[in-house]
Each structure stands twice: as C-alpha cells, then as structure tokens.
Design a protein around this ligand. Structure first.
Ligand SMILES: CC(C)(COP(=O)(O)OP(=O)(O)OC[C@H]1O[C@@H](n2cnc3c(N)ncnc32)[C@H](O)[C@@H]1OP(=O)(O)O)[C@@H](O)C(=O)NCCC(=O)NCCS
Length: 171
C-alpha cells in the first residue's frame, strides 16, 4: 500500500494551495492530522468494492494521487466518482494530473463502468480548465457543502467511458 503519510502530505499541501482564501479557514482546519490519516486509511482499505487509488512518484517521492469509488451518498449507478485528484504544488503543470486521471478512468472503464463523474468548487477555475482540456463536460451546478448556513457550490462534471476489449490471443 502507498505510504498513507505521504498521501496525506500531498493532499494537504495541494488542497492548501488551491483552497486557502476561497473556503472558510475553519472548514479547512476542522480535521487534525490524525483524522486525515484515519480518513485515508479507510479510503485505501475500506469496504467500497469499487475503490481505486493511483499515485505517481517523482524521484522516489509521492507527487500526486487520484482516488475514485462509489458515489456517496446515493444509490449504485453505472458511474464511478473521482473523489480526489491532487498533485503536489511544486509538480503541477508537468503532466502528472493527466497521467493520474487517465490511469484512474482506464481502470474504471475496465471494471465495466460507462461513466465517471466528479465535483469541482466553483472558484477552482484552473481545475475546471484542466478537466475541460481532458474532455470532461460540465453538466450541473451542485451544493458541495453547507457551512454556517451558507451553501458552498460547485459543478458536476462527467466523462463517458468505453472499455477497450483485450486483443484476441493476448492475456
Ligand atoms: C488540477 C490538477 C490535478 C491538474 O494536474 P496537473 O499535473 O497540474 O495538470 P497537467 O500538467 O497534467 O495538465 C494536463 C493538461 O491540462 C492543461 N491544464 C492544466 N491546468 C490548466 C489550466 N489552469 N488552464 C488551462 N489548461 C490547463 C495542461 O495545459 C495540459 O494540457 P496539454 O497536455 O494539452 O498541454 C493539479 O493542478 C492540482 O492538483 N491542482 C490543485 C488541486 C485541485 O484543484 N484538484 C482538483 C480538485 S477537483
């Protein structure tokens, strides 16, 4: 299993850079390091049969992660949801996000899902441009959280997937 401390470190640093100043500080600071480690351990070895996590390393150090799994909450659908995609601030813009998302959606497609979905905050325009560049389509405005009576909104994106059948005669 990938080093959960390294996953939490990259997730935290990337989230800080992207969200601090846009989301309420108390929302960003509500979980301790111990909470975040426990959260990621549950994600990595939890009971979601469809969970998939890809990480990418640079010079032996974890530089990015992508986690997909069943949509939560909600009924089972033929779509898998990208719950997290984060690249270290000092490694962004070098193709790692494309690599991580491509590996994850290929795994999701190979598992038989026809669609992948994700949510992105409305202020996170760089990530929206990234997803649109990779062919994702914005389909709806959604409420992603409630904080002190205020709705925090974003967008739902979707990507249609096609599973490529194995080449005859090869495993
Ligand atoms: C969003 C994120 C995952 C993208 O990963 P990345 O490694 O920086 O992006 P890549 O280098 O793989 O870019 C892939 C393509 O998207 C394009 N792209 C990336 N960011 C872009 C932007 N802000 N505007 C326009 N195009 C962009 C790149 O130019 C590249 O296209 P090309 O290969 O045709 O040149 C990364 O920047 C990140 O971790 N951001 C902070 C956390 C975050 O917002 N996560 C998403 C939460 S929903």
């Amino acid at each position: 299993m990938a080093d959960v401390e390294a996953i939490v470190a990259v997730h935290t640093a990337s989230r800080e850079r992207a969200y601090r100043g846009h989301l309420p500080g108390a929302l960003l600071d509500q979980y301790s390091l111990g909470d975040r480690l426990a959260f990621w351990r549950r994600r990595l070895v939890g009971d979601d049969p469809h969970a998939v996590t890809w990480v990418v390393t640079v010079d032996g150090y974890l530089a990015g992660l992508c986690h997909a799994g069943s949509p939560q909450p909600g009924p089972a659908t033929d779509a898998l949801h990208i719950h997290a995609l984060y690249v270290s601030p000092n490694q962004q813009g070098r193709g790692l996000g494309r690599q991580l998302l491509g590996a994850t959606t290929a795994t999701v497609a190979a598992a038989g899902f026809a669609e992948a979905t994700l949510h992105v905050y409305d202020f996170n325009v760089p990530a929206q441009r990234f997803y649109e560049r990779l062919g994702w389509e914005r389909v709806a405005t959604v409420t992603l959280a409630e904080w002190e009576g205020r709705a925090i909104t974003g967008y739902r994106y979707e990507l249609g997937l096609v599973a490529v059948p194995p080449v005859a005669g090869r495993p």
